[in-house]
Design a binder for this molecule. Structure first.
Ligand code: AMP
Length: 628
C-alpha cells in the first residue's frame, strides 16, 4: 500500500482508521465511540471501552507464549543478566502489585518510581498499570529538588526506589537524594518501597520505608487480577520541561496509548512476536515508557533493559547483546552513536549482527555524518524519528511497515498516521510555503497515545500548547520546514528548552537552581551547540559580590561551586558545561532576557535583531568572557 493513501485515510476518517487499529489489542468491554472531540482540544479515544495496559503487555502473551522471553535485564554495572519469560514477568508483576495493594495503593492513586534500570522498575510500572494506579517515573539522574517538585505535583501514595544506581562502575546512591526530596516536599508519601541491590548502605525510616525483598517473600503466591479501566482513565504522568521552571506532568490515557503503541510497533518498528527489541534509553524518559516497557511487550516481543554505558567494558557491548539475543530492532539516540563513532571500529565487526533489521534514532536532530557513518557500519536502514514526551510515539518518521519509502538525509521523515502536521509562520500564523521556516504544529484532534492534558491543570494544557496562534493548533515548540515532497526538517526549539545528549531540560529550571547560590543575583542559561552532546548548557551569572570572581582561581572555584549546586538540586544531567561571570545580561527594555542573542554569540553567530535591547554593553561583556 502507498503510505500516502494510508496516511490520508488516517486523517480523513480517523474513526474507521483507528477503529481498525484498535483490533490489535484486547478489550474487556468494547468501546461505544472511537473518537469524542466534542470539547476540543481535549480528545477522548475509544470511549466506554475497557482495557488494561498490563493485560495487553503481559497477560495475553503469558497465555499464548508464556515461556518466550519477555524482559531481558542486563547490567554491565553489576555484571548481571536475567531473562524473564512472559509467565515469569506476569508472576513478578503480580507480586509487585500485591505489595502495592498491601501498602494502600488503589485505582487512581499515584506511585512515583525513582529507580535505576533494573527489572524491578519495569515490574513496578506494569504493576501500577495492572491495578489502575498512575505511575510517575522520575529519571534516576535527577536530584532532590527536581524530585521534590514532582512529589508535590503528583502527590504519590507510594514511592518505589532503590539503594543506588551505578554508572561506570561507581555506585550512585539514590536513597539520600530521595530522603532529602521528601524532606523538601510538602506532600509526604505514606510509604517508600526500597529495592536493596546491596550497592550502598540504605538507612530505613521506620514505619515509612519498606523492604521490597521481604515484602516479596510474603506475596510469592500473589494472584492479583487485572483492573479493567475505561480507555480514558489516566495510565501515567511523565514530567517534562517547558518554558517555566515548573515541570509539566504529561498525562496519558490507557486505551488510546495501547492502540497507538500497537500500531507504531506494526507500521514503524515492524516488530513481531518472539523477536527481540533493544532500546538503549532509560525508563525515566518517554522512549523508555513507550519503547522499552510498553510497546515491545504489547507487540509480544522480548525487550532489553540495559544498565550501563555503551563503551564499557568496551565499545562492543551493545553489539554483543544484539548478537546474543538476536535483536531485530534497535532504538538509540544520535549522541550514543557519536560516542561510538569515536571508538575503534573493530568492535562492531567482531559480532554477528545479521539479525538486526533497522536502527531507529530519536531525541535530537540526527546529523548527516553520524547517520551515514552508522548506516555504513551496520549496513541496515537508519530510521530517524521525531517526537516528544507529549506525543508518546513518533510524529515524523518513515513507516517502513506500510511502504518502503526512502528516507532523506537530515529529515526525520513525513507525518505519521493520525498527525495533521503543519508549519506556521511564527507571527502571522499563516501556513508556510515549502522550504519556508516556521513553527511545527499539529491540528487537533491529536491521535491516540498523545497527552490528554497537563496533570491537574487543564487550563495549562490549553494555554501552553493550543493558544499560540489565532487558530487553535498544538504547538511542538520546534522550528521546522517542509520540503516540496512533504519531508520535514526540524531546526531546534522555539522556547527555552534545550536538548543535552537527547535529554530535554528547561533553562529556567537550571537558572532557578543557580540563583539559589548565595552569591548569585541573576543568571541566564542557554543551550550551546556541542559536537558530541548536540547541546550543552552554558550559564552567565551576575554576582551580588563580584570580588571572589576577580581572579582566574576565584572564578574557577566559584564556577565549581555553582555546578555543585546544580548537581545537588537537579542532578549532574543538568549541570552547565561552563559558568561565566558578568555584571550585565542582555535584556529587552521590558526586561525579557535575550537568550537567543546570548546563544548566538556563544555559537559565533550574529546576535540578531537588537532594536529592543536595554544595554548593548551587556553583549560586549558576553563576547569578552567567551573570548577569555
Ligand atoms: P522529549 O520530550 O524529551 O522527547 O524531547 C522532545 C524534543 O526533542 C522535540 O521537541 C525536539 O526538539 C527534539 N527531538 C526529538 N526527536 C528529534 C529528532 N528526531 N530530530 C530533531 N529533534 C528531535
Amino acid at each position: 500500500m502507498k503510505y500516502a493513501d494510508f496516511y490520508q485515510q488516517s486523517v480523513n476518517d480517523p474513526q474507521t482508521f483507528w477503529g481498525n487499529e484498535a483490533k490489535a489489542i484486547d478489550w474487556q468491554q468494547p468501546y461505544s465511540q472511537v473518537l469524542d472531540y466534542s470539547k476540543p482540544p481535549f480528545t477522548k479515544w475509544f470511549v466506554g471501552g475497557k482495557t488494561n495496559l498490563c493485560h495487553n503487555a503481559v497477560d495475553r502473551w503469558a497465555a499464548k507464549q508464556g515461556d518466550k522471553p519477555a524482559l531481558i535485564a542486563i547490567s554491565t554495572e553489576t555484571n548481571s543478566e536475567k531473562v524473564y519469560s512472559f509467565a515469569e514477568l506476569q508472576t513478578e508483576v503480580m507480586r509487585m502489585a500485591a505489595i502495592m495493594q498491601a501498602l494502600g495503593v488503589g485505582r487512581g492513586d499515584r506511585v512515583l518510581i525513582y529507580m535505576p534500570m533494573i527489572a524491578e522498575a519495569a515490574f513496578a510500572m506494569l504493576a501500577c498499570a495492572r491495578i489502575g494506579a498512575i505511575h510517575s517515573v522520575v529519571f534516576g539522574g535527577f536530584a532532590s529538588n527536581s524530585l521534590a517538585t514532582r512529589i508535590d505535583d503528583a502527590k504519590p501514595t507510594l514511592i518505589v526506589s532503590a539503594d543506588a544506581g551505578s554508572r561506570g562502575g561507581k555506585s550512585v546512591p539514590y536513597k539520600p537524594l530521595l530522603d532529602e526530596a521528601i524532606n523538601l516536599a510538602q506532600h509526604k508519601p505514606a510509604h517508600v518501597l526500597m529495592v536493596n541491590r546491596g550497592l550502598v548502605d540504605m538507612p530505613m525510616v521506620p514505619t515509612r520505608d519498606v523492604d521490597y525483598a521481604s515484602m516479596r517473600e510474603q506475596h510469592m503466591q500473589a494472584n492479583v487480577p487485572v483492573t479493567w479501566l475505561e480507555s480514558n482513565e489516566p495510565s501515567y504522568i511523565l514530567y517534562t520541561s517547558g518554558t517555566t521552571g515548573k515541570p509539566k506532568g504529561v498525562q496519558r490515557d490507557v486505551g488510546g496509548y495501547a492502540v497507538a503503541l500497537a500500531a507504531s510497533m506494526k507500521y514503524i518498528y515492524c516488530g513481531n512476536p518472539g523477536e527481540t527489541y533493544f532500546s538503549t534509553s532509560d525508563i525515566g524518559w518517554v522512549v523508555g515508557h513507550s519503547y522499552i516497557v510498553y510497546g515491545p511487550l504489547i507487540a509480544g516481543m522480548a525487550t532489553i533493559m540495559y544498565e550501563g554505558l555503551p563503551i564499557r567494558p568496551d565499545a562492543g557491548i551493545w553489539w554483543s547483546i544484539v548478537e546474543k539475543y538476536k535483536v531485530t530492532r534497535m532504538f538509540s539516540a544520535p549522541t550514543a552513536v557519536r560516542v561510538l563513532k569515536k571508538q575503534p571500529p573493530e568492535f562492531m565487526k567482531k559480532y554477528d549482527l545479521s539479525s538486526l533489521k533497522a536502527l531507529y534514532l530519536a531525541g535530537e536532530p540526527l546529523d548527516e555524518p553520524t547517520s551515514q557513518w552508522i548506516a555504513s557500519e551496520l549496513g541496515v536502514p537508519i530510521i530517524d524519528n521525531y517526537w516528544q514526551t507529549e506525543t508518546g510515539w513518533p510524529i515524523l518518521s518513515i513507516a517502513k511497515g506500510v511502504e518502503d519509502k526512502p528516507t532523506r538525509l537530515g529529515s526525520p521523515g513525513v507525518p505519521m498516521f493520525g498527525y495533521k502536521v503543519k508549519v506556521l509562520n511564527e507571527s502571522t500564523g499563516a501556513e508556510c510555503e515549502p522550504n519556508e521556516k516556521g513553527v511545527v504544529v499539529i491540528d487537533g484532534p491529536l491521535p491516540p497515545g498523545c497527552m490528554q492534558t497537563v496533570y491537574g491543570d487543564d487550563e495549562r494544557f490549553v494555554k501552553t500548547y493550543w493558544a499560540n496562534f489565532k487558530e487553535p493548533a498544538y504547538s511542538t515548540f520546534d522550528w521546522g520546514i517542509r520540503d516540496a515532497d512533504g519531508y520535514y526538517f526540524i531546526l531546534g526549539r522555539t522556547d527555552d528548552v534545550i536538548n543535552v545528549a537527547g535529554h530535554r531540560l528547561g533553562t529556567r529550571e537550571i537558572e532557578e537552581s543557580i540563583s539559589s547560590h548565595p552569591n548569585v543575583s541573576e543568571v541566564a542559561v542557554v543551550g550551546v551547540e556541542d559536537k558530541l552532546k548536540g547541546q550543552v548548557a552554558v550559564a552567565f551569572a551576575i554576582l551580588k559580590n563580584p570580588e571572589p570572581a576577580s581572579t582566574p582561581e576565584g572564578r574557577k572555584a566559584l564556577e565549581a561551586e555553582v555546578m555543585a549546586v546544580v548537581d545537588k538540586q537537579l542532578g549532574a544531567v543538568a549541570r552547565p558545561a561552563r559558568v561565566h561571570f558578568v555584571s550585565l545580561l542582555p535584556k529587552t527594555r521590558s526586561g525579557k532576557l535575550l537568550r537567543r542573542s546570548i546563544q548566538a554569540l556563544c555559537e559565533g553567530r550574529d546576535p540578531g535583531d537588537l532594536t529592543t535591547i536595554e544595554d548593548p554593553a551587556s553583549l560586549q561583556q558576553i563576547k569578552s568572557v567567551l573570548g577569555a
